[in-house]
Design a protein around this ligand. Structure first.
Ligand SMILES: [Zn+2]
Ligand SMILES: [Zn+2]
Length: 153
């Protein structure tokens, strides 16, 4: 309802909504893996990006094919999307499930801390939150972050 010509002064509302907006453009920073020296780009304390690197130091396969009878697993979501499209003809968005067992997830988190020691407190918090979540008996889906194309193997 506000005439754009008269909005040279920010209203209180526009200031609030700008502040409340999450991360229009967060800065990617480079972090170095302490195990192998590889530089990765991640947001500050972004677990997901770091876990995509840390998983190469494990034997874990994190994602499982949406076709139950197939059973193919991959380390990276993007690889599973490629698999689902090429092997099963999936088109568009592929619903890739994380199939790590709790003790495997813990192994991955520990590896993330080994690679990126700055994550120790963050990972501890995550583990505590997950414990509570498990007690409550519900699971939250990882938000569809498909920006790991740079991790294609
Ligand atoms: Zn590494
Ligand atoms: Zn498959």
């Amino acid at each position: 309802m506000i005439n754009s010509a008269s909005s040279s002064q920010p209203t209180l509302n526009s200031i609030l909504s700008n502040d409340g907006k999450k991360s229009r453009k967060r800065e990617n920073e480079a972090f170095q893996c302490h195990l192998c020296g590889t530089m990765i780009k991640a947001y500050n304390f972004d677990y997901y990006k770091r876990s995509n690197h840390a998983i190469i130091h494990t034997n874990l396969q994190r994602y499982i094919c949406p076709i139950k009878s197939c059973g193919t697993k991959t380390r990276h979501r993007s690889n599973m999307v490629v698999h689902a499209r090429t092997a099963h003809g999936f088109i568009g968005k592929v619903d890739v499930q994380n199939c790590l067992l709790p003790h495997e997830d813990e192994e991955l988190k520990q590896t993330v801390v080994n690679c990126f020691p700055e994550m120790e407190a963050t990972v501890k918090n995550m583990m505590e939150r997950e414990k509570k979540k498990n007690l409550n008996g519900f699971e939250e889906e990882e938000q569809g972050n498909e920006s790991d194309e740079d991790c294609l193997e």
